[in-house]
Design a protein around this ligand. Structure first.
Ligand SMILES: Nc1nc2c(ncn2[C@@H]2O[C@H](COP(=O)(O)OP(=O)(O)OP(=O)(O)O)[C@@H](O)[C@H]2O)c(=O)[nH]1
Ligand SMILES: [Mg+2]
Length: 685
């Protein structure tokens, strides 16, 4: 049997569901129930007459259905991210986690309570030529960095390693290699073996395995994997994302981590209890220091390996808190202790395989943490001690308060505006049927008024945002300049005092703080401008309902849309040459001669190192954000245009048609409609 045929047989090796996950994610239950009610209310509104209503309701419904909060796991190599992810989805061996295989791919697990177990599906995306080239040719950022810092030897080493990797992949994949670049592979199922082929590099590169298995290994060139699976124990959809570990040699992965953090509202930093706060952990903390505390959870894994877990955990906690503070990190980020290893055993029910040391640690931990009032089975107790339920609970709570809550608010406003449009239509129809005077409104006239509102609001927003972007540029350039001034002054002073025998170094934390606060000024002002201009546009549109159609002030309830959330400046945490103190810095230092050379080259180094920050804050953050703020305004106005034009039609449609519609109401439908209107107005009150 060849490899492909063998893989075609679905082999769902999933353990039976034990109910452990259900309680862990219970915190999402209420939110999920609210979303379901909202969805059915939108559904009921959608049954009312009119294409506009239909379309708007369908669009909202799709958004509700597709809403999937995401949590991203990041951490140093071998901290146990993958094992933890497996525990969090209740499938201990799904993603390969072992001493050898290391995750090389960002894997998104899409959990859906509604999908049946069989409705699994997998999608693997490969790097394209350009991404692959960037990764290898320039030796990643670490290569650029090394070359700038003058660490040519290190650079050669990194290059050689990457070159070897590239050669191995070419050999392994043969002619397929070029063909596969930029492609996607999709499967209507997945199992452990399939995943292994795509997401895990092993230490077996170049081993003697048979040609057949070597041909089948795609992991070197896989960029991302998406796995879809039903998980009936979850109250709501959820995406859990496993990322490749960051380590010293392959800092190329830092960029992957930066992107993963940016794309997700919530991130869990996984640290390993027996070795916390290594230089890599520090680099990770630097990355997360650019997001809000509420969006970070720290999970200290592998406490089962501690000799005295209770005492040592407390020490670890204190040192983490001190480090967060020193690095200006999210100081009040929640810290949870646990063991993915214990969790896996709780899920599989194999308690006898825990091992003596781990068992002893478990007993000690449990003595301090088991709540006597909360009895449970052995599995439930070990599960609780593993910290996974606490982690899932923290995640649920953050989602409800953060990404989920915002989404709910966004949907509520849109649904409320839909209800408003419908109420206005009914009012106009009722007045005409009742013989009241309703002035006909011409579509063209109304359209012109809406155009004018749109043009005014867009112009105001564009002008304001463009000014803010310019302001940001100046602020960032100024920050860099002033940092450079201070650093160079310190350098010169050092040279005067100690000459160039003593190595000088300068902490770049201040620079990051300056750039971050410059960016914050931009985002705060941009959000505020958005809110003001959105509100003004909504007020003008509201006036149209009242003025053009003679509706009651009190009856028109129009909400401005929500301003999109600005992306956090995670990029500012990327490693730059100044962070890499150790050998490189010393060798850079040793190769300079003369004060002038030091100062000039130092300036050049800082310019080059910080240019990507400045460029990215503008081009990848501020500019796309401004575009998103404009887009949301446009969407809102266009949605309202459709409602208003419908309403204009209502003023001049033949009265007989209106009467006809009113004469044969569908009672059940009408009840549901009224219930939906009531529910929405209650939600919004
Ligand atoms: N004792 C113990 N071992 C663990 C725990 N979590 C993970 N491990 C082991 O540590 C090794 C690495 O675990 P992974 O889950 O692959 O770690 P990772 O962070 O995903 O590693 P990379 O993908 O290489 O970055 C495996 O052998 C796991 O079985 C834990 O809580 N306790
Ligand atoms: Mg992993």
């Amino acid at each position: 049997m060849n490899a492909e045929a063998k893989l075609a047989a679905p082999a769902d090796g999933r353990p039976p569901q034990t109910g452990l996950l259900r309680s862990a994610y219970a915190g999402l239950g209420e939110f999920a129930a609210r979303m379901r009610r909202l969805e059915s209310a939108v559904d009921d509104l959608g049954t009312a007459d009119g294409d506009t209503t239909h379309l708007a309701a369908r669009k909202l419904k799709r958004q509700i259905r597709e809403f999937e909060p995401t949590v991203t796991m990041i951490g140093q190599v071998k901290a146990g991210k993958t094992t933890l992810v497996n525990a969090m989805i209740g499938w201990p061996d799904l993603l390969p986690a072992d001493i050898n295989p290391w995750t090389s791919v960002v894997t998104s697990l899409h959990l859906d309570p509604a999908a049946r177990g069989a409705a699994t599906k997998a999608k693997f995306r490969f790097f394209d030529e350009e991404e692959w080239g960037r990764l290898l040719n320039r030796g990643g950022r670490i290569g650029e960095l090394a070359s700038r810092a003058g660490a040519h030897k290190e650079l050669e080493k990194v290059r050689a390693q990457l070159e070897a990797m590239r050669e191995k992949s070419r050999q392994r994949l043969g002619q397929k290699f070029e063909l596969l670049m930029g492609q996607e592979h999709e499967y209507g199922f997945f199992d452990e073996e399939l995943i292994q082929r795509y997401v895990c590099l092993g230490d077996d590169i170049g081993d003697e395995a048979g040609a057949e298995t070597q041909q089948g290994r795609f992991a070197d060139i896989t960029k991302s994997a998406d796995l879809y699976l039903g998980q009936s124990e979850l109250p709501h959809r959820l995406c859990i994302r496993d990322t490749p570990g960051v380590n010293d040699t392959f800092m190329i992965r830092e960029q992957i981590t930066v992107n993963a953090i940016r794309e997700s509202r919530l991130c869990v930093v996984v640290l390993s209890a027996h070795q916390t706060l290594s230089t890599v952990d520090m680099a990770l903390i630097r990355l997360i220091s650019n997001i809000r505390s509420r969006e970070v959870i720290i999970f200290v894994n592998r406490i089962d390996e501690l000799g005295e877990p209770v005492r040592e955990a407390e020490e670890i906690r204190q040192s983490i808190v001190a480090t967060l503070k020193a690095l200006n990190g999210p100081e009040d980020a929640q810290i949870i202790f646990g063991s993915a290893y214990w969790a896996s055993h709780a899920l599989s029910g194999q308690f006898d395989k825990l091992g003596a040391a781990s068992g002893k640690a478990l007993v000690e931990w449990a003595e301090h943490h088991v709540d006597a009032a909360a009895p449970g089975s052995v599995a439930e107790t070990i599960w609780r001690m593993s910290g996974i339920p606490a982690l899932c609970d923290a995640i649920s709570e953050r989602i409800v308060a953060g990404e989920g809550g915002e989404f709910e608010e966004r949907i509520l406003r849109a649904a409320g505006n839909l209800a408003n449009g419908l109420a206005a239509q009914r009012e106009v129809a009722a007045r005409r049927i009742g013989g009241g005077a309703v002035k006909p409104v011409a579509r063209a006239d109304l359209g012109r008024e809406i155009d004018a509102i749109a043009a005014r609001a867009t112009h105001r927003l564009e002008t304001k945002l463009a000014a803010l972007v310019t302001d940001l540029d100046q602020r960032l350039a100024g920050s860099r300049q002033s940092f450079l001034g201070r650093a160079t002054a310190s350098l010169i002073k050092h040279l005067e005092l100690y000459g160039d025998n003593e190595v000088w170094s300068y902490d770049p934390t201040g620079l990051r703080l300056l750039l971050r606060s410059g960016y914050r000024v931009f985002t705060t002002k941009a959000v505020k401008a958005g809110e003001e201009i959105y509100a003004a546009a909504a007020a003008e549109i509201r006036d149209l309902y009242i003025g053009a159609f003679g509706l009651d002030e009190a009856a028109v309830d129009l909400a401005a849309p929500m301003v999109p959330r600005p992306p956090p400046p995670v990029i500012l945490g990327s490693t730059i040459a100044l962070d890499v103190k150790g050998n490189w810095w010393t060798s850079w230092w040793r190769r300079r001669r003369g004060y002038q050379a030091f100062a000039e080259e130092f300036s050049g180094l800082i310019e080059a190192e910080t240019e990507p920050f400045l460029a990215s804050l503008r081009a990848d953050h501020a500019v796309p954000y401004a575009a998103a703020v404009k887009l949301a305004l446009g969407d809102f106005i266009e949605g309202q245009r459709a409602h208003l034009l419908d309403l204009a039609d209502q003023t001049d449609v033949e009265i007989g048609r209106l009467k006809e519609r009113a004469a044969k109401p569908d009672a059940a439908r009408e009840d549901r409609f009224q219930a939906a209107m009531t529910l929405l107005s209650e939600y919004r009150a």
